[in-house]
Design a protein around this ligand. Structure first.
Ligand SMILES: *Cc1c(COP(=O)(O)O)cnc(C)c1O
Length: 390
């Protein structure tokens, strides 16, 4: 199996067939599993015999989903969670303790910001925010008690990149755990472990499911650290349901072809917006005008499925634009077959202060578009008519 390309492995990795020799894996909607004898049950609990005990720990559908993510990320082990935030939170809570310090990119997901500032802080875990685009300055912010580096690249919604090679070297030099949220890029476009990341998290809710159906998350990484993460998750219970795992695992079969099309649509829309007189600025990693275009080409296969832009105008005009959409959905989600338009300042990042938003480039006129798989001409014509309404 391992000699095949990762894209083939996403399709061909599967839970062991039952006596029915099914082609597509069935769903194991069972909370627990039975044992042929008390001795085998005892030995399984002791970890001396491989076996599935209880769906909070593992489940064939969940294991299959994890195996696929491990293969495409190049990870040794993983644990799947009910949401992306459960993955982000568990990866930190399992590996940090009171007194530890986290070096975090300032441009992290809104709820990750809440975890750092409101939750981990209650347990004496401190953090320092650093500028995602200026990795050369990160070393000076490392403290004697710094234990982990947390980052996302590209960031949400500003699409700022962090130089993974540089951060990988920094983490290695100072023996820090490098924890990357790879949700925006997906493992098809970028594999942080190649650059020295120890832990990678995902919201499966986004491009992994890719069809706006289920919530889910996953943590993968090196074996020793994942042992601690798994122990934490088994006891605290953020497990992924078998139904959602089955859905996510099936979705991964089409991740590469979907990502190719999401990215193609995104690049085309970025070009369209760049030409439009009512658009002030467009951000897309694979646009030559992106300040980190060279880095994007270096560490990403394609530019991703998200485009953001600044409208020539204020919040009122942004709302008018959103209210004029006929095809695009007004939603806070992303990574769907359906194109979604969002105003980050009033929704996903509303909990941040104005200064915190501006520090990561979230101006009042910034709009985020998650490109779906509709025909690109229909997406651009919807935006064209809405821009003309202004
Ligand atoms: C959506 C998202 C999350 C959280 O995922 P949920 O499945 O909604 O909990 C975390 N990180 C990033 C970058 C996201 O986009």
């Amino acid at each position: 199996m391992d000699k095949n390309h990762p894209t083939t492995q996403l399709i061909r990795t599967q839970a062991e067939r039952s006596q029915h020799r099914e082609h597509s894996v069935p769903m194991y909607l069972t909370s627990s599993f039975v044992f042929p004898s008390a001795e085998i049950m005892r030995d399984t609990f002791r970890g001396e015999v491989e076996g599935i005990i209880y769906s909070r720990y593992n489940n064939p559908n969940v294991d299959e989903f994890i195996a696929k993510v491990c293969r495409i990320e190049g990870a040794e082990a993983g644990f799947a969670t009910a949401t992306g935030m459960a993955a982000v939170f568990s990866s930190m809570a399992a590996l940090l303790q009171s007194g530890d310090h986290v070096l975090a990119s300032r441009a992290v997901f809104g709820s990750t910001h809440q975890v750092l500032t409101q939750i981990l802080s209650k347990w004496g875990i401190t953090h320092t925010y650093v500028n995602p685009t200026d990795v050369d300055k990160w070393e000076s912010q490392i403290q004697p008690n710094t234990k982990m580096i947390v980052l996302e690249t590209p960031s949400n919604p500003g699409l700022q990149l962090v130089d993974l090679e540089k951060v990988g070297k920094l983490a290695q030099k100072h023996q820090l755990i490098l924890n990357v949220d790879n949700c925006f890029a997906t493992p098809y476009l970028q594999q942080p472990i190649r650059y020295g990341a120890h832990i990678v998290t995902h919201s499966g809710t986004k491009f992994m499911d890719g069809q706006g159906r289920v919530l889910g998350g996953v943590i993968v990484g090196n074996k020793d650290l994942m042992e601690q993460v798994r122990a934490f998750c088994r006891s605290t219970g953020p497990a992924l349901s078998p139904f959602n795992a089955w859905t996510l695992s099936k979705s991964l079969e089409t991740l590469p072809v979907r990502m190719e099309q999401h990215c193609k649509n995104a690049l085309a829309l970025a070009h369209f917006l760049e030409e439009h007189p009512k658009v002030q600025r467009v951000f897309y990693p694979f646009l030559p005008s992106h300040p980190q275009y060279e880095l994007a080409k270096q560490q990403m296969r394609l530019g991703g499925g998200i485009v953001t832009f600044e409208l020539e105008g204020n919040t009122e005009q942004v709302f008018q634009l959103l209210n004029s959409m006929q095809l695009l959905s007004l939603s806070a989600n992303l990574g769907d077959t359906r194109t979604i338009i969002t105003h980050p300042a009033s929704t996903t990042h509303a909990k941040l202060s104005e200064d915190e938003r501006l520090a990561v480039g979230i101006t009042p006129s910034l709009i985020r578009i998650s490109l779906g798989l509709e025909h690109i001409d229909d997406i651009t014509s919807d935006l064209r008519q809405a821009l003309e309404c202004l």
